[in-house]
Design a protein around this ligand. Sequence first.
Ligand SMILES: [Zn+2]
Length: 60
Amino acid sequence: MIIECFHCESKVDGIVKGEVDGHDDEYPFLFKTILVECPVCHSALVGMTEKIQTGPGHYE
Ligand SMILES: [Zn+2]
């Protein structure tokens, strides 16, 4: 997934290493927490996304 790497200070096509579905009674939308590895510097990045599918395999 495309994520901004704070280390490289650029958007990279991160390698998804895992994802966890989030649930929050006070937050009405489904969201996921995603663990991503930067393909450039290999930093671990954590992204959170609302579960809105905008295309095959794409979430924004
Ligand atoms: Zn990076």
